[in-house]
Design a protein around this ligand. Structure first.
Ligand SMILES: Cc1cc2nc3c(=O)[nH]c(=O)nc-3n(C[C@H](O)[C@H](O)[C@H](O)COP(=O)(O)OP(=O)(O)OC[C@H]3O[C@@H](n4cnc5c(N)ncnc54)[C@H](O)[C@@H]3O)c2cc1C
Length: 391
């Protein structure tokens, strides 16, 4: 058993690795930071998906030293259009447009390919002396002097804090008895990368179709990442279609405004759900961003405590984190759920209501700016790392 209390992070994906780097930066080498995740054995990552990273989270990546590596491959979202129509409609009238800057020269979001981000985080973590262990956390025992964390390879690590960054359906959260409530949607998100003839010019499109949102998100080059909502049954059917039939389904929804299109990888379906906290519908592209806001707040709370000589594992320290993030997490969950209910249906009445709402937002620049700030993660009590400040 190691003598010095470490901080152990279970989960070495985006949230876990970003937290490890933030803590390393704020605490220095005195406190060992260990990230344990069996998936670290299969790096570099080849995940074909991409994620919208909002401005606040881009500032976090800049602060922890990975944006130099990721930025050149990231596609800024320069503007966004929202349409609302039926599948067979010949045209898709635009109800809302956003020009995408939070500050002059700072786009409200970037599309980043998951593998680029994860590989940059792993490389940086190794360079900064974070201990990476390709093994799972299987158990833990909390006591007055800290927490003993058992790894799948049989070792026990004495830690001051154990952070569960083990994903949306976290087993460690369950084990800790942290209640979640929510439901599975009868929806899956089909994810596929599409190549197209014409340039997207940094435009993101969200088409509200009867089955749910169909989002076209720009990637570097003449490529876009799709998040396409269908009922679970329909998503299973569509992803199993032969290439030519899949292409026909895709073209019907995507349209030909960017010229000829072609799927560049195998479409995959992800079941969608809503759980407080942290499982939300990808309708607003906020899932990971929410996790990154958590880790920015947690890193700040831990580093502030350590600087005052307070044990970061004390309940009072971690309660500050809990209070800080609770409202934002619940509000974001409720908002994405409401959007999904409002937009994933074919009711003529609801279509009228939502289109009036979108039209009002579109004509009121101050309201639009509030939405942009909110979507970019820059409203409320923003942690220092998300403001681009050092810890
Ligand atoms: C269709 C779709 C589209 C999305 N689009 C967006 C978007 O545009 N923007 C956005 O912000 N978010 C988006 N998301 C959400 C985003 O993908 C997730 O929020 C993000 O992957 C969560 O990252 P994470 O690091 O918290 O966890 P994960 O990426 O889930 O990683 C958890 C890690 O923990 C490890 N692990 C599990 N158990 C243990 C254990 N016991 N011990 C150690 N390690 C363990 C796993 O191996 C894994 O590597 C989308 C999600 C879906 C389904």
């Amino acid at each position: 058993m190691s003598a010095q209390p470490s901080i152990v992070i279970a989960g070495g994906a985006f949230a876990g690795l970003a937290l490890a780097l933030a803590l390393r930066q704020g605490l220095g080498e005195a406190v060992p930071v260990i990230v344990a995740d069996p998936a670290l054995a299969s790096r570099p990552s080849r995940d074909p998906r991409a994620t919208a990273i909002v401005a606040a989270c881009r500032r976090l990546f800049e602060g922890i030293g990975v944006w130099d590596e990721v930025g050149p491959g990231a596609q800024p979202i320069l503007d966004m259009v929202v349409t609302d129509s039926k599948l067979a409609d010949a045209t898709r009238p635009t109800f809302l447009t956003f020009a995408g800057e939070v500050e002059p020269g700072e786009p409200f979001a970037h599309m980043v390919e998951n593998r680029l981000l994860i590989n940059a985080l792993v490389t940086r973590a190794e360079a900064e002396g974070v201990t990476l262990r390709a093994t799972a956390v299987t158990a833990y025992q909390a006591h007055d002097a800290g927490i003993d964390v058992t790894l799948a390879d049989g070792e026990t690590v004495h830690a001051s804090v154990l952070v569960a960054a083990d994903g949306a359906r976290s087993k460690l959260r369950e084990r800790a008895g942290i209640a979640t409530h929510g439901w599975e949607y009868d929806q899956s998100g089909i994810v596929v990368t599409v190549g197209h003839e014409r340039d997207h010019e940094g435009r993101a499109e969200e088409h509200f179709l009867p089955a749910g949102p169909f989002a076209i998100l720009p990637l570097k080059g003449r490529r876009s990442s799709l998040v396409w909502t269908e009922t679970r049954k329909e998503a299973t059917r569509i992803t199993a279609l032969p290439d030519d039939e899949f292409h026909a389904e895709l073209e019907q929804r995507f349209g030909l405004h960017l010229g000829e299109i072609k799927a560049l990888d195998k479409p995959r379906a992800f079941p969608l759900g809503y759980f407080v906290a942290h499982v939300i519908h990808p309708i607003a592209g906020q899932g990971l961003n929410m996790g990154l806001k958590d880790i920015a707040a947690l890193a700040e709370v831990i580093v502030d405590a350590a600087r005052l000589g307070i044990d970061p594992g004390m309940a009072s320290v971690l309660e500050r984190y809990q209070r800080w993030r609770r409202f934002d997490t619940m509000a974001m969950g409720a908002a994405t759920n409401a959007l999904n209910v409002l937009f994933s249906n074919d009711s003529t009445l609801l279509r009228g209501v939502r289109d009036i709402g979108l039209g009002i937002v579109d004509r009121l620049p101050p309201l639009k700016n509030i939405f942009i700030k909110q979507a970019a993660g820059l409203s409320g009590e923003v942690p220092r790392l998300l403001k681009g400040e050092a810890l």
